[in-house]
Write a protein that binds this ligand. Sequence first.
Ligand SMILES: Cc1cc2nc3c(=O)[nH]c(=O)nc-3n(C[C@H](O)[C@H](O)[C@H](O)COP(=O)(O)OP(=O)(O)OC[C@H]3O[C@@H](n4cnc5c(N)ncnc54)[C@H](O)[C@@H]3O)c2cc1C
Length: 506
Amino acid sequence: MPDRPFRITVVGGGTAGWLSALILREGGKRAGLTLDLSVIESTKVPTIGVGEGTTAVFREMLRVLALDEMEFLRATGATIKFGIRHKDWRHKGHHYDGPIDDPHRVAGGPAGNWLDRYCIASGKSVTEPHLFAQLMRRNRSPYARKTDGTLIPLGPFHHAFHFDQAKVGQWLRSKAGGIEHIDALVEGAERNPETGHIRALILEDGARHEADFFVDCTGFRRALIETEMGASWVGYGDRLPVNRAMPFWIDHQDGAEIAPYTLAWAQDAGWMWQIPTTERIGCGYVYSDAFLTPDEARAEIEARLGHPIEPRNDIPINAGRLDRAWIGNCVAAGLAQSFFEPLEATSIHGTIVQMMLFAQRHLPEVASGQFEPEAYNADVARQGDDFCTFINMHYVSERRDTPFWRHVAETCISDEVRDLLDKWRGKTPSRGDFAPFPAGLPHVEEQLYVPVLDGLGLTRREAAKQEMSGDPRLRAHARKVTENLRSEYRRAAAQAIGHRAFLDAL
Ligand SMILES: Cc1cc2nc3c(=O)[nH]c(=O)nc-3n(C[C@H](O)[C@H](O)[C@H](O)COP(=O)(O)OP(=O)(O)OC[C@H]3O[C@@H](n4cnc5c(N)ncnc54)[C@H](O)[C@@H]3O)c2cc1C
């Protein structure tokens, strides 16, 4: 390798581009590598910009990158997210919450999700011992205030955020010291005829931009990984039935609380998201155009909300992932790598996990010029396939009231979901049902599945009773812990600062 810094260029200045650049900068630092990082984006190509919800991984990443959460909230108008409220999914008039904290972390006792088993066995909601369930119900923040004004976190759990990605992109860019930023349209690439590797990008003015490695974060355009490197798309359209998204905004009502959760509200031919930032509520109807025209979709939402909406767009969406996220000296991230309907906020989560995996496991070998993309490609493909299965599980509904819901029940539930449901007829889902994700990185496991299964009426009380009956001491301990956590967290939620008051005071 030449005796100079290793040059990595990220193409794309959306959330994925800036996150990738910052994670690579940090990864390089930790691995003792000297990197020369650039981000090329074109202000002529807009970012996606719909209003996004994250998972707890985003907050963990802020910590890893030594970025201040309060500054982030202030600068971007982001709000707190404790989980997702799923409305009308099981049947109309029903809702369930998916809080993202894990009470087993503070429960003491043996490893495993025995609080879930206990709650299911005793006919309680699995959200009973969750702090975040209480905070969701009361629209609170994750902090109380001491008399001297300082904030006290109510628990050790990472919450997530809702934000407007354009503002977050700008803020991340302001943290990108040492990373060159170029505003230019990439029109093509010059490749090494022997290896197929990209040697240089060709910019709109004909200039060449050389680097050793490239990250394609060009969103749905996939300007490098597909157009230049020949990756192909593995679609999930047979399992994920929605194929259009109609984003719109609604205003907060004066003085009204700001919900600290995403609302995922099932509709006649898909579902609507509501994601509040401090400025407004970002909404959208994700629907199937096999059952509704855009005009009908709009009319349905207006009837549901009781007021007119102004759609900002009507985007065709194509759920899926690349067959290979990494080809030669180019890796793709963000929308360039995969797309899922935003039902469980998997997109930005997936980008962060992938880039952390890349930075931790592969960056040193990449910088040494000796690399094998196969293991990474298998991990990233598995991540996407597991997201698809998890999202598909949400569609196991009792609803048959519209042609869309009948179609979903008859043709969309995947074999993977059917196999999991078969397995979980005789046992409560547990960590052992999931292969760990590499490098200890977070993945979709029982902690996320159990509230969804419970909310949809798919957990098995008899099986959980059987499991608990084998260990009366654990059952007694679980009862005590559940009661203690429920009353402790009720008290904590009563003392917590209201969500809006917390955000207003930042
Ligand atoms: C309807 C919808 C709802 C969503 N909701 C959520 C959610 O709730 N939670 C979540 O985690 N994710 C959500 N997502 C996904 C999320 O928006 C993206 O993962 C995230 O914003 C990252 O996008 P990106 O950076 O990959 O792409 P983009 O935002 O599209 O950015 C692409 C960048 O590439 C640049 N570019 C493109 N082509 C070129 C070129 N040839 N030369 C130079 N620059 C170029 C553009 O200028 C831009 O900077 C949603 C997406 C959609 C469509």
